[in-house]
Design a protein around this ligand. Structure first.
Ligand code: HMG
Ligand code: MG
Length: 332
């Protein structure tokens, strides 16, 4: 990978929609994912195998996974689809579907072989499972209904089972730059310890979640320096900024300068977190593409195409269109 290549992980179909009170039709979610697949994005978070009691909006994630496996979703780049699975129950639900379509996706071994140029053949989507830890005990309790230590024990099992199934694993750590319950009192050394544990368990990537959007440039820098000192490599880190305080692009600039090259974003700025009151959406994909390309970075993503999708999906969901760049591009 060239140093100026940035990977954007599109989380609109999961993080962007999970908080919506009104049930969004399955067909709209599939339409969103299929439109996103044509924009040049290489990674799309598509659903969550979580409790429908807690997050009812994600209750058709199995059908989304099945659709992806049954249909050849046209894509501009080789695509990885990601699904949250916080426990063995979630992973088993995903695996039950995958086992019915064993040749419809690339395993992690096959994906890596293709990426390194040692394998060829028809391109199929790859799949990723994501677990989600928290940096504070209050947020862990609210979001996962258990302590950080218990959550890590469970994730150890989920990661092992996912690796046995030859799937890539992403591990989020939420509230790394501020917590709705503990404020700014989040210890970056604790984040580094949790990240180290998750990597040792076999996670392929740590996604650092600024769930509340409380993160600032100096705090982002301190956190990343702390992770570096703990021996965590930049290539194992993704940043997941929510834009509640409008700091996401500033924090992105700090992370880029530090050497991070994977960032999450959500088309139209959709999103929020049910356990983070007042949290607004993820930073908009349109804003990220415009910002990164203005710095000479290459995202491979078609800005006009994502701007169209942002306007369409926010209208479908009945949300304000939250991307400044998206609105400007469409008005131009
Ligand atoms: P638990 O330990 O089983 O306990 O699940 P529980 O009391 O919370 O839930 C119990 C009920 O959920 C039981 O059903 C379980 O069977 C069911 P009941 O017997 O009452 O009918 N259940 C499940 N159903 C389907 N699939 C599953 C599953 N697991 C349990 N996988 C757990 C604990 C955390 C798994 C559960 O509470 C849960 O799924 N909660 C939702 C958590 C969630 O989705 N949060 C939002 C995503 S994280 C996020 O947005 C942050 C992120 O964007 C990064 C950032 O911004 O920082 C990733
Ligand atoms: Mg989030």
């Amino acid at each position: 990978r060239f140093d100026n290549h940035v990977k954007l992980v599109e989380v609109g179909a999961r993080d962007g929609l999970q908080n919506e009170k009104k049930s969004i039709p399955l067909a709209t979610k599939i339409d969103l994912i299929e439109r996103l697949a044509k924009t040049g994005l290489s990674s799309i978070e598509a659903g969550a195998f979580v409790s429908p009691k807690w997050v009812p909006q994600m209750n058709k994630s199995g059908e989304i996974l099945e659709h992806i496996l049954k249909h050849d979703v046209p894509a501009r780049s080789p695509l990885t689809f990601s699904f949250l699975a916080p426990n063995l129950k979630g992973l088993e639900s995903a695996n039950a579907i995958l086992s019915r379509y064993p040749t419809a996706f690339e395993t992690e071994t096959q994906r890596l072989a293709r990426a390194s140029g040692t394998a060829d053949g028809p391109r199929k989507p790859a799949l990723e499972i994501a677990v989600f830890a928290a940096a504070t005990k209050s947020f862990s309790q609210k979001n996962l209904n258990c302590s950080i230590a218990t959550s890590l024990e469970r994730f150890g099992e989920v990661i092992k089972a996912a690796k046995d199934a030859d799937l890539r694993v992403r591990a989020y750590i939420s509230v790394v730059l501020g917590c709705p319950f503990e404020g700014y009192d989040v210890n970056p050394h604790r984040v580094a310890e949790i990240a180290t544990d998750l990597l040792e368990m076999g996670a392929d990537e740590i996604a650092l979640g600024d769930t509340t959007g409380m993160g600032t440039a100096p705090r982002t820098k301190d956190l990343l320096n702390c992770l570096r000192k703990a021996g965590i490599r930049n290539e194992d880190i993704a940043m997941h900024f929510h834009d509640t305080y409008g700091q996401a692009l500033v924090n992105t600039a700090v992370a880029l300068e530090h050497g991070i090259r994977t960032f999450d974003s959500s088309v139209g700025g959709l999103g929020g977190c049910p356990y983070s009151p007042g949290a607004s959406g993820n930073v908009a994909t349109e804003d990220m593409v415009y910002f990164l390309e203005s710095l000479g970075m290459d995202t491979g993503v078609d800005l006009d195409a994502v701007a169209d999708i942002g306007a369409w999906i926010t209208n479908e969901v009945g949300k304000p269109h939250d991307s400044s760049v998206g609105k400007a591009v469409l008005a131009a």
